[in-house]
Design a protein around this ligand. Structure first.
Ligand code: RFL
Ligand code: PHB
Length: 390
């Protein structure tokens, strides 16, 4: 098979790029290791910045998102038993975020690819990029025991943190930056009315907690747990009891509990791979960088990568101008590192770290009190949370 752009990974990054390029008459093939059902069973992001929702509309995938998603003008931070609101609208020049689940968004992208007869190959095994440094790269994979090959101009590595693409960059070229946190988030999805119409990020001595939602009948809650913990240690009752302990009394009293639909632990990690381009291979999204979910930056940062790649590829194919592709790594990384900084800051301020020296503990406390005493600090938080421009 031959195509212009071969995309490895059928998560949101790969599908969005494929859909945007298709609308510009650029051919793509998406290779996904898992089945569609498996990809759609992963519960992940919930908060989208306007840059991302704009891309979804541009990809002609925004209709259901605009109907069913919720626009949020602010969120709460709970600390010292009280709730303080971050007014995103006020502190970011009228901006807001959209609450719409990654599962639904991915479903919309798959449906759009189907509608346009886009090629998305599922259950592709042993996907491997070749000759990415040369002018004739190709990708091999196995499907139903047949060996297959796709010749292309460009290979896009949109295959997530555990993907294969990044490994094609030689170790002496690839520089990796990593920070592993000594805890994870235990997340629960439940068909209950959310405790608050807006998100609550809670700082508590027992550990961080987050009250989020997918709709007014579907709640998403998280609590910080040690890395060594396992979901088997947490019955539904134990989860709800611990969540309540970490919330201000007025909030805990309102919490509606019920059977959980999903329960999983995600470790917290920060990671960046540089450069994001090697020859004709371009990395995008979680394949190149991940953040702890505290600042809701992961998928949103994948969105800016996709924007830079999409515009670079369109300039190349339509105007014979390769400058966007040449500048891709540098431009994408500049925004990636700002998202890294913000996610690190939110994570550090809101989580409980064992053995924090007293001095550092004092700084964390003052960080929070400074935040709610300064319009400048709130503006900085809001500017980053709604997404820096691209
Ligand atoms: P994905 O979603 O991991 O998709 C990559 C796809 O590639 C496939 N793949 C392969 N395919 C072929 N061959 C191989 N060798 C392959 N290896 C892997 C995989 O099966 C998969 O389908 O990466 P992508 O598309 O870059 O998307 C990134 C986002 O998924 C991620 O950044 C977000 O989920 C992060 N995130 C959040 N981001 C936000 O912007 N806002 C949020 O509110 C938010 N909340 C979250 C989150 C992530 C979380 N977890 C579980 C890590 C909350 C959580 C709990
Ligand atoms: C979620 O709803 O899953 C979610 C929301 C905000 C975050 C992280 C996760 O910062």
């Amino acid at each position: 098979m031959k195509t212009q752009v071969c995309i490895i990974g059928g998560g949101p990054s790969g599908l969005l790029l494929s859909q945007l390029l298709h609308l510009q008459g650029i051919e793509t093939v998406v290779l996904e290791r898992q089945s569609r059902e498996y990809v759609l069973s992963r519960i992940r992001a919930g908060v989208l910045e306007n840059g991302f929702t704009k891309l979804m509309r541009q990809a002609q995938c925004g209709e259901r998102m605009d109907k069913e998603g919720e626009v949020h003008d602010g969120f709460f931070i709970a600390h010292e038993g009280k709730l303080d609101r971050v007014d995103l609208h006020k502190y970011s020049n009228g901006n807001s975020v959209m609450v719409y689940g990654q599962t639904e968004l991915t479903r919309d992208l798959y449906e759009a690819r189907d509608r346009m007869n886009g090629i998305v190959i599922h259950n592709a095994e042993d996907v491997q990029p070749h000759d990415v440094k040369g002018v004739k790269p190709y990708v091999t994979y196995r499907k139903d025991n047949a060996e297959c090959r796709i010749d292309c101009d460009y290979v896009i590595g949109a295959d997530g943190f555990h993907g294969v693409s990044r490994k094609s960059i030689p170790p002496d070229v690839l520089k990796e930056y990593e920070k592993v946190y000594p805890f994870g988030w235990l997340g629960v999805l439940s068909r209950t009315k959310p405790v608050s119409p807006e998100l609550i990020y809670a700082k508590h001595d027992r550990g961080f907690a987050l009250c989020s939602l997918r709709s007014q009948v579907l709640s998403r809650y998280y609590i910080q747990v040690p890395l060594s913990d396992s979901v088997d240690n947490w019955s539904d009752d134990e989860f709800w009891a611990e969540l309540k302990r970490r919330l201000p009394a007025e909030v805990a009293g309102q919490l509606i509990t019920g059977a959980t639909i999903e329960k999983s632990i995600a470790p917290l990690r920060s990671y960046v791979a540089e450069p994001m381009r090697y020859g004709n291979l371009f990395l995008a999204g979680d394949a190149a960088h991940i953040v702890p979910p505290t600042g809701a930056r992961g998928l949103n940062t994948a969105g800016s990568d996709i924007y830079y790649l999409y515009t670079g590829l369109v300039d190349f194919y339509k105007n014979n101008d390769a400058s966007g592709l040449e500048q891709y790594s540098e431009k994408a990384l500049a925004r990636v590192w700002k998202a890294q900084r913000f996610s690190w800051w939110m994570t550090t301020m809101l989580h409980t770290f064992l053995d924090t020296p007293d001095y550092d503990q004092k700084l964390k406390e003052i960080d929070m009190s400074y935040l709610f005493s300064s319009d400048a600090a709130l503006s900085s938080l809001a500017e980053n949370y709604v997404g820096l421009p691209y």
